[in-house]
Design a binder for this molecule. Sequence first.
Ligand code: PEP
Ligand code: MN
Length: 455
Amino acid sequence: MSTDLTGLATSGGPDIDWPDLPARQQPTWHDPAALAQTLSVLGTYPPLVFAGECDQLRSRMADVAAGRAFTLQGGDCAETLADVTGPNIRDRIKTILQMAVVLTYGAGTPIVKVGRMAGQFAKPRSSDTETRDGVTLPAYRGDMVNGFEFTPQARRPDPERLLRCYHASSATLNLVRGFTSGGFADLRSVHAWNKGFLTGPAQARYEVMAGQIDRAVRFLEASGVADAEEMRRVEFYSAHEALVLDYERPMVRRDHRTGLLYDTSSHLVWVGERTRDLDGAHIDFVSRIQNPVAVKLGPTADRDTVLALMDRIDPERTPGRLTFITRMGAGTIRDVLPSLLTSLGEDARRVAWVCDPMHGNTFTSPSGFKTRRFEDVVDEVRGFFAAHAEAGTHPGGIHVELTGNDVTECVGGTTPVDLDDLGLRYETLCDPRLNHQQSLELAFLVAEMLERGGR
Ligand code: PEP
Ligand code: MN
């Protein structure tokens, strides 16, 4: 991220008259006075990201849409306040940087790096309530809304949490900016990013690649063509689902250069599968902001819906403005994605296409854990590449739920996590994430797919 201060948006959101449209998945706050107070405080806080950075990401996503770059988007399903710690954030960044190096080196393609972090604190739920042993309480909607603990106090939505998540996002971004602009992200430190993780086949393969990169870097330096400053930093962007409008709306600022609106909570925001109603408040929200935005598409998304989303959010077909993140399921993607892409004609080439191979492949293990098979994740990505090869469109990236920690949440991989192992280190409060080993392994496989161009 380069901090373009000329893009510092200065005015807050109160001058914006948000239309009163139906909004799914919103918390039921109980104290209107406390909510109003919180919203006005949030509206005075400094932006977390700058308009100029959002513009820069939009131009990177234009490269993705045009097939000149590939994007890697990854992070927790749901960030939690308790997990905003130095080691957790560092290991997630290291994991994404390692995956990006594997993809860049393996496929020779620029990688647009996006962390699903610094704002990913709210979750859509299939039910408003949860019942345990005959007791019914509000469902957990993420730390931005209520607490996970199954007590009436914890589950009561508390607007104060919007402010706590703002501060946690700010602390996270501070560390991200430090790690990615200081010496830590230096290409000459590729070996160091592997340190501290358990060793396995993917880490060993990474070490070999890191040795080759070292030699290449030394060669470039010795030849006098390496720009030392450029090698020291990496562009890294933040993203989250724009779900709780009481968080996103007060974070909107007007860019003083252009008068245009930006959601300064994150560089990119997306609208989830459950809130992408054409006439709903979420699609209206993203249509008003200048950030690059994304919309998730499940297996039932049809041509008319997709075209209507494009017309609503990106009527001018601005390069990099709109990304569709498909999450079809490994068993479904080959049946539905090629025909969807083909039916869109030239319009399919005017947006970026990213594969979320996680959300269509979730199942419950016999022992009761929500999980995913690594093999299904890989298979959906293969189906994604094949669909784009068939339709003549660009497979633009992957969007994955991952952690740098050694968790046992998804099954499979070369150091396999078995169904019986899930209970060992199952730490997510929401969806199962790839662990460090599985994430690196996925990067190696995707690098091969990229290199082959979907064949
Ligand atoms: C998510 O990304 O965690 C999520 C809820 O995804 P989707 O909207 O695709 O279901
Ligand atoms: Mn999820």
